[in-house]
Write a protein that binds this ligand. Structure first.
Ligand code: 0A1
Ligand code: ZN
Length: 870
């Protein structure tokens, strides 16, 4: 019987279903194998699936077979070879009442990839076809129980026009191929490893490959391909090197080998996220593959290395051991981010990498954890899972794994991960499984530590060090507290591992770093043999993701900024020193600027300092970070205070900055640490020279732009020029556009740099850039280039007129009709409205209300908006 109850799965915005972690039930049916046939076309693709369905022995009831579907209509259904009419569509899902315990179910559907603007499921991008299935995209390709705890063996036949799609790729190994009729050809792919549907991928297009090989440590050869469009091939070398380095690193550090004879990566221009770890066929946003010095900055090169590694590492942490349900997302993501961070630290400078990781955590995760969208790294409920690919699940998740690694030490941590991989290989596991493996492998009790999995919010730790000269005892008094979003902090009992050292103010040395663990609301630690009041170095290496409130004086922080031997703590001391001063300035409290100038002078005079590290030490805390420290944010006041200090530092050390600027003159381009450090310091010093308002600043920046042989220098110069009112700015931006208008990734930078300008006319400029012929809502990279650039520009996005908020709201409403996932990612920048001063707060709320009132909102946007307004 054909009974179509509802084909349009649009959920009413008022009553979206809430999915809860506690409601998890094991599947009633399993699908051990699936055979798929794709007749590919850009406007019409016919998908035929053959499912071997088995009723679970533990299923209590005679449950019908329920297959998820999203926007699909079957054109044919067969059961055990016979046409079958006893099915219904319920909310887009296909229900088939079956009586036996094993059946063969065949379903045919037709898709139009060219109209798939959500970029989930099978879609067309620049003439090629590709898929994105995580988290729930497979149900847009065929009817299937689209949940990660159903693991199936896939065999896939794909057929299409040989001219349009000369390359046909899928997961696993290509077992056969051949020519068909009418200029068509086909390929048969089998993946020997059972996998959840979210790891399925298919690509068909006119692509060329950078081909290389890798021999695993047990001697198995692996063919490596990076597939790109013709012309992009010369820009794939860095990604290939990163892939080979990752493969070797995972063998050496985690004992994990690759498990297929082929590893394919495909770069696509239209992609909602960074990349996707589909088994044996990673699909990447081209931004994380393509690089050469002319078009990519050093940060872009690092991004490529990190993301290539991340996706590769998922082969074990995600694919071989996958997630039972989406509440466990941090099981694969937190762990894999921790793994890619460790890899990048090993490939380059561990100190710089840690500073960068913490910067990202503070910029993206801390605000999330303090706002209306806060959630634990293992959430308890969601409406739309796409909204939970967050900095909390990824980056705080990584910090939680890092803390376990710290508590266990390298050797026991490795025992824990070995046990985890061996015990759960081929399974869909939970975060709890991971913690149990750590406990057993590492011989440790993590009962209390589990608090990190269920508690949202960033813990605050106050630290006070006192000293008794009579007994030579130093006492460190620690207190911890936590706040639910917006509420007052309450005492808490998280397990907080703190690396500390006590520095002797005379010798500038200490007697060794110690790991102390705070696991009560309040606790004191005593240290003997301290003749003088020592200087406290705490949370070294950022050993715990907390907010530290210490009673250290400006002089002590200045001392640490020169003498702490832990690079992160040294950097942190300088940041803290600058932050305290700026916050005092903003709120009109007296504060000593000289101590900062002396600290900056001291690091500038340090002969032994690494240039890249010096550049980090010189950077002022960001405006967003300063705002996060305030009860009521006034973006203009923050901007003014920060610019004033920048100007003062610029003037005070102008000669020194000019000297350094000259010393950092680039030679032939190289990616080695020295050359990169020079590029970094050169850009930072240029920024300070410009901040000192000297007459030749624009000329200097323009010269740097013109003479640059690499994008790091170009972007640095443009960044400085972008804020100026000078002809050089106009010339440089015009020239840049002309030069790079055909390179989408570089053109993205052109949009971003202008959206990030501090100039008073930026709101207007963004408005006109949104109408630029090269702007489109159809390409997520371009949308992010303009609007994420703009929302990351605190002083201009928060223009007192509220125009910036309105522009963003209008864009979100327009984009939501096309690509809800990407649209929803812009809500958090308005969602922090409660933190702003009254005028802006009200305008931000009104912008959210406007979005909330728009008809036909997606589940993605409505979840984020309603939570933000609640
Ligand atoms: N698992 C990927 C992230 C990812 C998630 C969802 C996507 O849908 C558009 C795409 C990618 C990772 O962590 O790399
Ligand atoms: Zn990931």
């Amino acid at each position: 019987m054909l009974d179509i109850q509802k084909t349009d799965a649009a959920t009413p915005a008022t009553d979206p279903a809430i999915i809860r972690r506690e409601d998890y039930r094991p599947p009633a049916w399993f699908i051990p194998t699936i055979a798929l046939d794709f007749q590919l076309g850009l406007n019409q693709t016919v998908v035929h699936s053959m499912l071997d369905v088995r009723r679970s022995k533990s299923a209590k009831y005679q449950e019908p077979l329920l297959l998820d579907g999203d926007g699909l209509m079957p054109t044919s259904v067969k059961v055990d070879g016979a046409p079958w009419t006893d099915w219904q569509l319920i909310d887009g899902n296909l229900q088939i009442p079956l009586t036996g315990s094993a059946h063969e179910v065949e379903i045919t559907v037709e898709l139009d990839p060219s109209t798939n603007t959500q970029l989930m499921g099978l879609y067309a991008s620049q003439g090629m076809l590709c898929t994105q299935c995580e988290a729930e995209g497979f149900r847009r390709i065929t009817f299937f129980p689209d949940r990660p705890d159903i693991l199936s063996r896939y065999s896939v036949r794909m057929e299409g026009d040989k001219k349009l799609f000369p390359v046909l790729l899928c997961n696993g190994d290509k077992v056969s191929e051949g020519d068909g009729d009418n200029g068509r050809h086909w390929a048969q792919w089998n993946d020997p490893w059972p996998k959840p549907s979210y790891l399925f991928a298919l690509v068909a297009g006119d692509l060329v490959a950078n081909t290389d090989s890798f021999t695993t440590r047990s001697g198995k050869p692996v063919e490596l391909n990076i597939w790109v469009r013709d012309g992009d091939l010369p820009r794939t070398g860095h990604a290939m090197q990163a892939l080979k380095d990752s493969m070797r690193w995972d063998e050496e550090v985690y004992g994990r080998e690759y498990d297929l004879g082929l590893f394919n990566i495909v770069a696509v221009s239209d992609f909602n996220m960074g990349a996707m770890e589909n088994k044996g066929l990673n699909v990447f946003n081209s931004r994380y593959i393509l690089a050469d010095p002319e078009v990519a900055t050093d940060a872009d090169f690092d991004g490529i290395e990190g993301v290539v590694a991340h996706e590769y590492f998922h082969n074990w942490s995600g694919n071989r051991v996958t997630c039972r349900d989406w509440f466990q997302l941090s099981l694969k993501e937190g762990f894999t981010v921790y793994r890619d961070q460790s890899f990048s630290a090993d490939m380059g400078s561990a100190a710089l990498k840690r500073i960068e990781d913490v910067r990202i955590l503070r910029a993206a995760q801390f605000p999330e954890d303090a706002g209306p969208l806060a959630h634990p790294i293992r959430p308890d409920s969601y409406q739309e899972i796409s909204n939970f690919y967050t900095a909390t699940v990824y980056n705080k998740g990584a910090e939680v794994i890092r803390m376990m690694a710290t508590l266990l030490g390298a050797e026991r941590f490795r025992k824990g991960t070995d046990l985890y991989f061996d015990r759960h290989d081929g399974e869909a596991a939970t975060c709890e499984d991971f913690v149990v493996a750590m406990e057993e492998g590492g011989d440790i009790d993590l009962s209390q530590f589990r608090g990190w999995y269920r508690t949202p919010g960033t813990p605050r730790v106050s630290a006070k060090l006192s000293h008794d000269p009579q007994t030579g005892t130093a006492t460190l008094a620690l207190k911890q507290s936590l706040a639910a979003s917006g509420a007052k902090p309450e005492p808490s009992d998280m397990v907080i591992p703190l690396k500390i050292a006590l520095l002797d103010p005379q010798t500038e040395a200490h007697e060794g770093e110690q790991l102390i663990t705070l696991n009560r609301p309040e606790e004191s630690f005593t240290f003997e043999g301290q003749k003088e009041h020592p200087i406290l170095s705490i949370n070294r290496g950022f050993s715990a993701p907390i907010i530290l409130e210490s009673s250290r004086t400006a002089e002590e922080l200045a001392f640490l900024s020169s003498h702490d031997d832990d690079p992160f703590a040294r950097f942190e001391a300088m940041q803290q020193l600058m932050t305290s001063y700026l916050l005092a300035q903003i709120t009109g409290t007296p504060a000593d600027r000289d101590v900062i100038l002396q600290a900056v002078g001291a690091v500038l005079a340090d002969e032994n300092i690494d240039r890249a590290f010096l550049a980090e030490l010189l950077l002022l805390p960001s405006e967003a970070f300063l705002g996060d420290q305030m009860v009521e944010v006034d973006p203009q006041a923050i901007h003014d205070a920060r610019e004033k200090l920048r100007g003062k530092i610029g003037v005070q050390f102008e000669r020194k900055f000019r000297r350094l600027y000259k010393q950092c003159v680039p030679g032939e381009f190289s990616l080695d640490a020295e050359a990169r450090a020079d590029r970094k310091l050169r850009n930072v010093t240029l920024g300070y020279i410009a901040a000192s308002q000297v007459e030749d600043a624009a000329e200097l920046a323009f010269d740097q732009y013109r003479e640059a042989n690499n994008m790091t220098a170009m972007q640095g110069a443009l960044g400085v020029l972008s804020h100026m009112d000078a002809d050089e700015r106009t010339w440089a931006f015009e020239d840049f556009f002309k030069r790079f208008k055909d390179n989408a990734l570089v053109l993205d930078k052109w949009f971003t740099l202008q959206a990030m300008s501090q100039r008073g006319d930026t709101v207007k400029r963004v408005e006109s850039l949104a109408k630029h012929p090269d702007f489109t809502l159809s390409n997520p990279n371009r949308v992010r280039a303009l609007y994420a650039g703009f929302t990351n520009n605190p002083v201009r996005f928060h223009d007192a007129s509220g125009k910036g908020y309105q522009m963003l709201a209008d864009m979100v409403i327009a984009l939501d009709g096309q690509n809800p996932q990407t649209a929803a990612r812009f809500i958090p920048s308005l969602g922090r409205w409660r933190r702003y001063e009254r005028g802006r707060s009200e305008l931000m709320r009104l912008a959210l209300e406007k979005i909330a009132a728009a008809p036909g909102l997606s589940k993605d946007v409505s979840e984020q908006v309603s939570k933000s307004l609640a």
